[in-house]
Design a binder for this molecule. Structure first.
Ligand code: MG
Ligand code: FE
Length: 170
C-alpha cells in the first residue's frame, strides 16, 4: 500500500504539471483567436475550469501529506512538443488547434481515469471523487470540440475562399 500511495502522489504531481501546461497553452490560444467568438468564449471558460482542476490536484496532494513541489518536467515537455506539431502559428491554426485540443482533452481524461483507479486502489475515495469531477469536465470539453470541429473546418474554408475571391477582384 505504501508503494501504491507513493505512485499515486507521483501521478497527481504529473497531472498538476499537465494542468499547468494546459492553462499556459489555452492562454496562448486565447490571445490569438480573433474571428471565432464562440470558440474564444469556450477557451476562456476552460481556462477557469483548468485552474479549478489544478487546485483540486493540490487538495489531493495535501490530503496525502504532500504538495506540488518537485513537479516532474517530462509531461510538460511532451505537451510543449505536441503543441509545436499542432501548428498553432500556421494560417490554419484555428483548425489545427481544434484538432490538437480535442486530443489533449482526451489525454487529460485518460490521466484522470488512471488517477481515479489508483485512488480507489489506495482507498482514497475523496481523491477519486475530486478526480471524477475533473474527468467529467474534460469529457464535456472533448465533446464540445468534437461537435464543432466539422463546422469550424467548413467555416474556415469558406472564409479562406472568400478571402481569395476578394483578393482576385482587386
Ligand atoms: Mg484539464
Ligand atoms: Fe481540459
Amino acid at each position: 500500500m505504501a508503494n501504491a500511495k507513493e505512485q499515486l502522489i507521483d501521478w497527481l504531481r504529473d497531472a498538476y504539471a499537465m494542468e499547468t501546461q494546459a492553462a499556459e497553452m489555452l492562454e496562448r490560444q486565447e490571445g490569438r483567436i480573433t474571428n471565432y467568438p464562440e470558440i474564444l468564449a469556450k477557451v476562456k471558460e476552460h481556462i477557469q475550469v483548468t485552474q479549478r482542476q489544478a487546485d483540486r490536484l493540490k487538495q489531493c496532494l495535501q490530503r496525502l501529506g504532500s504538495d506540488t513541489s518537485a513537479i516532474k518536467t517530462g509531461i510538460a515537455m511532451l505537451i510543449g512538443n505536441a503543441q509545436s506539431i499542432s501548428g498553432v502559428f500556421a494560417e490554419d491554426e484555428i483548425v489545427k488547434a481544434g484538432i490538437f485540443n480535442y486530443s489533449f482533452e482526451q489525454f487529460e481524461a485518460a490521466n484522470y481515469r488512471a488517477l481515479i483507479a489508483a485512488a480507489q486502489h489506495c482507498g482514497e475515495t475523496e481523491i477519486a471523487r475530486l478526480c471524477q469531477e475533473s474527468l467529467d469536465e474534460e469529457i464535456e470539453m472533448a465533446n464540445w470540440i468534437e461537435q464543432r470541429l466539422p463546422q469550424l473546418t467548413k467555416t474556415y474554408l469558406q472564409r479562406k475562399e472568400q478571402g481569395a475571391a476578394a483578393e482576385a477582384k482587386r
